[in-house]
Design a protein around this ligand. Structure first.
Ligand code: HPA
Length: 272
């Protein structure tokens, strides 16, 4: 079946299950799934029920779409995402983004966990992306020629929406949250990077590194969505004491500890 028809099937199914369709959606990354607890009047749909959605293979992610509201403002939250390292195709990884756009979402807030490459960005900090680098992986638009899906060659100059970025910086300042702006570099994973790779990524101009988000952002740009990405720093890749090992447990624990800060930023962004 053509990708366009798959998108229509999935979005029609979701529409048939939800009482209303909001303009904003949030994708919750590693260790951040508990942000759905903020929602009131919520309805959820399991990914396994949605046509053409795949299901997650990583325990720290859940597979549900939630609709609910935060202080009266409606929002869709995707609790759990698909990663290329799980073995899915780029089409599968980014399918939910195309479905969200078809549902009428205009603004997408993406969260993730990342490792810091900047000695001044510490574990527990939140970084709002102002750009990304994606030179080592497959492009999710490869082979897509259907103009109903958007531009074949989307310009990536203004990918991270400046008004939303300015809003989140202001919200963080008012709430005394130490929010940084930065550049995220995408790696495929699932193995973490070597110390030599960390030095290279830093020299390439990146502030943080992670295994998700960028394929979603590229597709979101093709779908003309406004994008904001908030990254929770879960480990320091270039610490002064020299190379240090990182485990999934450490990443999840650090993301869980930073979740309340992200919760506050996201709740306020939804209300804007
Ligand atoms: N590298 C890649 N992905 C990550 C990291 C990291 O250090 N931390 C969290 N996600």
């Amino acid at each position: 079946m053509e990708l366009y028809n798959k998108i229509l099937e999935a979005s029609s199914f979701i529409k048939s299950k939800l009482p209303l369709l909001p303009k904003k959606a949030v994708i919750l990354g590693t260790g951040l799934g508990s942000l759905v607890d903020e929602l009131t009047n919520s309805t959820s749909i399991s990914y396994s029920a949605i046509p053409h959605f795949v299901t997650n293979t990583v325990d720290s992610h859940y597979g549900k779409l939630h609709l609910g509201d935060i202080d009266g403002a409606p929002v869709i939250m995707l609790q759990g995402r698909f990663h290329y390292y799980e073995g899915y195709s780029m089409e599968e990884v980014t399918f939910p983004i195309r479905v969200l756009a078809q549902l009428g979402i205009e603004e997408l807030i993406i969260t993730n966990a990342s490792g810091s490459l900047d000695p001044e960005i510490k574990t527990g900090d939140i970084v709002a992306l102002n750009d990304h680098i994606s030179l080592f992986g497959q492009n999710p638009l490869r082979g897509i020629t259907d103009s109903r899906l958007g531009d074949r060659f989307p310009d990536m100059t203004h990918t991270y929406d400046k008004p939303i970025l300015d809003s989140v910086i202001k919200i963080a300042k008012e709430a005394n949250i130490n929010l940084r702006e930065g550049v995220y570099i995408y790696v495929e994973g699932p193995s973490l990077e070597t110390p030599a790779e960390h030095r290279l990524l830093r020299q390439a101009g990146a502030d943080i590194v992670g295994m998700s988000t960028v394929p979603e952002v590229i597709v979101a740009k093709q779908c003309a969505l406004k994008v904001c990405v908030l990254s929770c720093v879960t480990n320091e890749c270039l610490s002064e004491e020299g190379p240090k090992e990182t485990s999934l447990e450490e990443v999840i624990q650090a993301a869980n500890s930073a979740a309340p800060k992200l919760q506050l930023l996201i709740s306020k962004l939804i209300l804007e």
